[in-house]
Design a protein around this ligand. Structure first.
Ligand SMILES: Cc1cc2nc3c(=O)[nH]c(=O)nc-3n(C[C@H](O)[C@H](O)[C@H](O)COP(=O)(O)OP(=O)(O)OC[C@H]3O[C@@H](n4cnc5c(N)ncnc54)[C@H](O)[C@@H]3O)c2cc1C
Length: 367
């Protein structure tokens, strides 16, 4: 077993601890309190967080070097993100294993590309060792895009500071998060549905130039998929639709519920396989009733009947930030649904690239 430790000077640890623990849990590191220490377990190893009055002690353990660096990276990255305003200095002592290939990185090759609506493209990728993506609980992956003219791809490495070392200069990668629409590990195939939103970020640019044979990196999987429930409410825009489609395809036959999906117009509707007891309601942005609505999904969620008993309901949300925030607020504070019945993600933010969102750090959630 390899291990490393750090004691981070952290005057406002008390204020940040809940958000740090929540971020760890949301990133596949569920946390268990144990005598003043919080044990965060990941598929790669574990991190023990011991808060003091003005510091945070962290001890990480893993079986192999790549796994130790993966845990180190998760902890350093998440704490750095949540407590960006604190400019923390995290210096590790203990086992050093040098730069390692991330154990959760797979290289995928585009096999074919199919237009499923005018703006939605399904890409089937081929790859080796995809079993780790075959879980219904973790349905998202971070894709890494090579620059346009690169002939010999370079991939990120994890170093002993827990930092991810990205290829620089002309080899600089773009990266964005997508939903794994389907995966067949024995056949080495993985499907992703890409929405061409018309912008010029690295994801959209890569999508428009993608041809069979191109390679991408795929990190993960991450983030929560659906939880077992008798009734579901699924809410999303084009970026949430791949997740909704996957959840409905995998749902048991006796599942009941509703999917609220917003797309541009009739041409973006898709035929989805789903249990008989689930209704899908397509909201069309082009329709006169929605044209001026800033948070159309939130308005649709509010308009549902919330007076009935909701104990058997699970809600999954994936959409634009403002709609996401309004829906989460409504579900928690007005509909009084416990957090255990909700999985909600902001998938993008109007007018901001992912880099812009990262630059404002934890403030993005409160903004
Ligand atoms: C957990 C998760 C799962 C996701 N799953 C999918 C998926 O399966 N398929 C998919 O296509 N996307 C998915 N997304 C959304 C995708 O990551 C974002 O849309 C991302 O911003 C695209 O990156 P980009 O480089 O094209 O644009 P960025 O560089 O991030 O943004 C550039 C500009 O485009 C705008 N923009 C970004 N996305 C949209 C959009 N959807 N509509 C309109 N304007 C937009 C931004 O506001 C910004 O102004 C998911 C996101 C998350 C967090």
């Amino acid at each position: 077993m390899l291990s490393a430790r750090t004691t981070v000077a952290f005057p406002r640890i008390a204020a940040f601890l809940p958000a740090i623990l929540e971020a760890l849990a949301a990133h596949d590191m569920p946390v268990t309190p144990q005598d003043g220490t919080f044990v965060a377990a990941s598929p790669f190893g574990e991190a023990l967080l011991t808060p003091g009055r003005e510091h945070l002690g962290i001890h990480i353990r893993a079986a192999t070097g790549p796994e130790l660096n993966r845990v180190r990276h998760a902890v350093t990255g998440l704490i750095g993100f949540v407590a960006k305003s604190e400019a923390l200095r995290i210096v590790w002592e203990g086992d050093e294993v040098g730069p390692t290939f991330p154990p959760d990185l797979r290289i995928l090759t585009v096999r074919n590309i199919q237009a499923i609506t005018p703006r939605m493209r399904r890409i089937v990728f081929e790859g080796e060792d995809l079993a780790r993506f075959e879980t219904s609980d973790q349905i998202h992956t971070r894709l890494l895009f090579q620059p346009e003219d690169v002939t010999i791809p370079e991939w990120p490495m994890l170093d002993d500071a827990g930092l991810i070392v990205w290829p620089g200069g002309a080899q600089r990668l773009g990266s964005r998060v997508y939903t794994i629409r389907r995966v067949d590990a024995p056949k080495g195939l993985l499907w992703i549905d890409f929405f061409d939103h018309g912008g010029s970020g690295p994801g959209a640019r890569w999508l428009r130039r993608a041809v069979p044979g191109d390679v991408v990196g795929a990190l993960g999987p991450a983030a929560h998929g659906p939880k077992p429930a008798r009734r579901i409410l699924l809410v999303g825009d084009e970026t949430g639709l791949p997740g909704i489609a996957r959840i409905l395809e995998d749902a048991p036959d006796d599942m009941e519920g509703l999917a609220l999906v917003i797309v541009a117009d009739e041409s973006e509707r898709q035929l989805l396989r789903m249990p008989k007891g689930v209704e899908i309601r397509w909201l069309l942005r082009a329709s006169p009733t929605l044209a001026s609505e800033q948070k159309p999904l939130s308005a649709a969620v509010r308009a549902l009947d919330w007076s009935v008993d909701q104990r058997d309901l699970f809600v999954w949300v994936g959409c634009e930030f403002h709609d996401f925030r309004a829906i989460r607020h409504f579900l928690r504070d007005e509909a009084k649904l416990p957090a255990s019945q909700i999985v909600a993600f902001s998938h993008w933010r109007r007018g901001m690239s992912e880099e812009d969102i990262i630059a404002i750090g934890g403030d993005a959630v409160a903004a």
